[in-house]
Ligand binder design. Structure first.
Ligand code: ZN
Length: 201
């Protein structure tokens, strides 16, 4: 078993494959022979800065897990329970976070660019300085979340709930906030060219 990580990823053992091996495996996700077995021992691994690109952990209970700096790019986390998880500096670009539970999760400096978090719950999450550029989060719940200096530029946040969220210096440039709930927000954000049609202030 290799010790592939975000900082020192090892190549997938399948010849000709250019992808990196997952932490705790010899192959990339595509070539992983025993996905259930790998998933079953995940909880016992040190996943700090783990290489977890493209994995399918949909519907899994990852609550409270330490996933700092983990590479979860293009991962399927649909419906996963990530409440209270430590995702500081994690890469969630292009990830499927539809209906995932990220309540109280720590996402400071996390990258969610191009991710789909529609219907996800970010209630009271720490999203300070996170990258949400182009993130799709239709109807997501950001109530009580801290979005200080977060960058949801070009994000599609239609119908999202920001009730009582902290949006000091949040950059909503060109974001779609149609029908979003911005009631009780704290701080002044940049709404340059954002669509605020029907948004509640
Ligand atoms: Zn491979």
């Amino acid at each position: 078993m290799n010790t592939s990580t975000h900082y020192a990823p090892a190549r997938c053992s399948v010849s000709g494959c250019e992808a990196f091996a997952l932490t705790g495996a010899d192959t990339c996700w595509t070539h992983l022979p025993d996905r259930d077995g790998w998933r079953a021992m995940l909880a016992d691994l040190d996943l700090n800065a783990a290489w977890l690109a493209e994995v399918d952990l949909s519907g899994r209970d990852l609550s409270g897990w330490d996933l700092r700096s983990a590479r979860l790019s293009e991962a399927c986390l649909r419906g996963a329970n990530l409440s209270g998880a430590d995702l500081r500096d994690a890469f969630l670009d292009g990830a499927n976070l539809v209906d995932a539970n990220l309540e109280d999760a720590n996402l400071e400096f996390a990258i969610l660019g191009g991710a789909d978090a529609s219907g996800a719950c970010f209630r009271n999450a720490n999203l300070q300085r996170s990258n949400l550029v182009g993130t799709r989060a239709h109807g997501a719940d950001f109530s009580g979340a801290n979005l200080y200096y977060a960058r949801p530029g070009n994000a599609d946040l239609e119908g999202a709930n920001f009730h009582n969220a902290r949006i000091q210096r949040t950059i909503f440039r060109r974001a779609n906030l149609k029908n979003a709930d911005l009631s009780g927000v704290e701080g002044s954000a940049n709404f340059e060219n954002a669509n605020l049609e029907g948004a509640a202030r």
